[in-house]
Design a protein around this ligand. Structure first.
Ligand SMILES: NC(=O)c1ccc[n+]([C@@H]2O[C@H](COP(=O)([O-])OP(=O)(O)OC[C@H]3O[C@@H](n4cnc5c(N)ncnc54)[C@H](OP(=O)(O)O)[C@@H]3O)[C@@H](O)[C@H]2O)c1
Length: 342
């Protein structure tokens, strides 16, 4: 499926999937980024029920993290849950988190980057980026690359392969890179430009950011050596009733509210997709390399991403992300140079 009509979207919403099958996660460390509410919290609970060696969740502050830990412990009976503070609108926070993780955590086997925002309001972070671009994409790429060496290290002492799961969305089917962005010296700078963001760009920004997530996963998987043990995929949880729309327009929230009565999935139902992307298809894991996962299966991403132009834009955007983040973190640059092909 390289396209997604509204009718198909509705049909997808009506599909149902069983709760995750329990896997043996003993000795494994699982990290869920953005786990204090919504789909991330529910995914973390599913992992907790499988009793991993250790479960780490992130929240923006220590108090939210503590509540998350207590909730997971109370609802699953699993004790070895720990929270770490991570603010994704700050590259300094991401770098500090990754440094602390490297020093204090022995391994990382399953990593789920779930955090994200959806907003039409232009806001700029302390690093000068439009907040959606930074939280959904740039911090995702930064954190994922900084944690990648620990995941590869963990693969050496595990019979199963590490998985890196980025939470994307089917709305990427409704996004593209437009001519104006493409004509700019850097697509990312155009997308980040304040005047540009005042126009219709913010209306489609969330879709664009989720397309970038799919691009990053596809390009990262393509640039890792073909014999790398690391599986990188992205996943669509489906349209779920969560707090994601808290900053959306009144109309969007009204439509979402009405849709809730018919077709939205609960965050728990959405989280089943994340768990599948992290643990499913274990008998043919290579099929998940760079895959777009939806409805418990590997699906084709959008026609645009599969097109020649989409492939060029994807490579260009990935290079721009590398260029941007190399200026933010020398460690990021070192990881890229060591582990990724050009
Ligand atoms: N809900 C849907 O219909 C749907 C559909 C497709 C894809 N998705 C994707 O699924 C993921 C989870 O969404 P959700 O629906 O569960 O949304 P949610 O309830 O709003 O949860 C989002 C999570 O991201 C965290 N987060 C947001 N900004 C952050 C920041 N600056 N630093 C650190 N953490 C931050 C939130 O923490 P706070 O609570 O502190 O803000 C929260 O833990 C997102 O990537 C979203 O794009 C959702």
């Amino acid at each position: 499926m390289g396209q997604l009509s509204f009718l198909q979207f509705l049909r997808n919403q009506l599909k149902s999937f069983p709760p995750p099958t329990k896997c043996d996660l003993s000795g494994k460390t699982v990290l869920v980024v953005g786990a204090n509410v919504g789909i991330g919290l529910e995914a973390a609970k599913h992992f907790a029920r499988m009793q991993p060696g250790k479960l780490i969740v992130t929240a923006r502050d220590a108090a939210k993290g503590q509540v998350t830990v207590s909730t997971i412990q109370a609802q699953t009976g699993f004790g070895n849950v720990h929270s770490r503070v991570l603010e994704l609108s700050s590259f300094a926070s991401v770098a500090a988190f990754a440094d602390a993780f490297e020093k204090e955590e022995e391994r990382l086997d399953i990593y789920v980057y779930n955090a994200g925002i959806s907003t039409r309001q232009y806001a700029v972070t302390e690093d000068g980026w439009e907040s959606t671009l930074q939280i959904n994409d740039l911090s995702c790429a930064l954190l994922s690359m900084l944690l990648l060496p620990r995941m590869l290290e963990s693969a050496k002492t595990s019979i199963s392969r590490p998985r890196m799961v980025i939470v994307a969305s089917e709305v990427h089917f409704w996004a593209t890179v437009n001519d104006e962005e493409r004509a700019s010296p850097r697509i990312l700078d155009k997308a980040n430009n304040k005047e540009y963001c005042e126009a219709s760009a913010m209306g489609r920004r969330y879709f664009f950011s989720k397309m970038l997530d799919v691009m990053v996963v596809r390009e990262l998987a393509a640039r890792l050596p073909s014999d790398s043990p690391l599986i990188v995929d992205c996943v669509n949880p489906g349209f779920c009733s969560s707090e994601l729309g808290r900053n959306s327009s009144l109309i969007f929230r009204a439509v979402s509210y009405l849709l809730q009565f018919g077709i939205t999935r609960t965050p728990e139902q959405g989280s089943r997709q994340l768990v599948w992307a992290a643990l499913g298809r274990s008998e043919k894991e290579d099929e998940l390399r760079g895959a777009y996962v939806s409805d418990h299966d590997v699906e084709e991403p959008s026609d645009f991403l599969l097109s020649e132009q989409g492939a060029k834009d994807q490579k260009r955007i990935f290079d721009e992300i590398i260029e941007t983040l190399s200026e933010v973190s020398t460690k990021f640059k070192a990881v890229v140079d060591k582990y990724l092909a050009e």
